[in-house]
Each structure stands twice: as structure tokens, then as C-alpha cells.
Design a protein around this ligand. Sequence first.
Ligand SMILES: [Ca+2]
Ligand SMILES: [Ca+2]
Length: 99
Amino acid sequence: MPTQLEMAMDTLIRVFHRYSCKEGDKFKLNKGELKMLLQRELTDFLSCQKDPQLVDKIMQDLDANKDNEVDFNEFVVMVAALTVACNDYFVEQLKKKGK
Ligand SMILES: [Ca+2]
Ligand SMILES: [Ca+2]
């Protein structure tokens, strides 16, 4: 039986490849694939952002090696940053409850 953390890691890999294999390079997300992933997998995160340029901005931010594609390393950086933000919120709520 895999642990929860192992399953979470496995899920990250599977989600990335589900979108990256649709067009062009199977191991990288182009802008269309990234947009689809964000819309379907980060729906809440995206729906509270009204900026129509958001996907372009995220793409630019994530694309560390400037090849106009997001590889798995670059994708994981985004997930880690979002997870840190969620944890900050979670800790804040716990602290409020504790008082
Ligand atoms: Ca691709
Ligand atoms: Ca890249």
C-alpha cells in the first residue's frame, strides 16, 4: 500500500502527463495545455483571478529556461508555491481557532 504522500506524488506526475501528452512534446506543457490544466485542475484558484492575461503571466513566470513550454520541474515549482500559500492560510485558520 502506498502512503498518502506517495499517492500525492503519483497524482502530481499523472496529472501533469495527462495534459502534457496532448500536443507537441509529450513531456512538456505548451500554453494551451497549461491553460487546460489550470482550468480543469485549479478551477477555484483560476476563477478568483479575473485577469485575462493570467495564463500568459503564469507561463512566463514558470518557464525558467525560456523554451515556451512548462516541463515537470517548472510545474512542480508552481505546485510547491501554491501549496505553501495554502499551508499559510491553513496555519492562520488553526491559530485563530486556538485563541
Ligand atoms: Ca505537450
Ligand atoms: Ca520551460
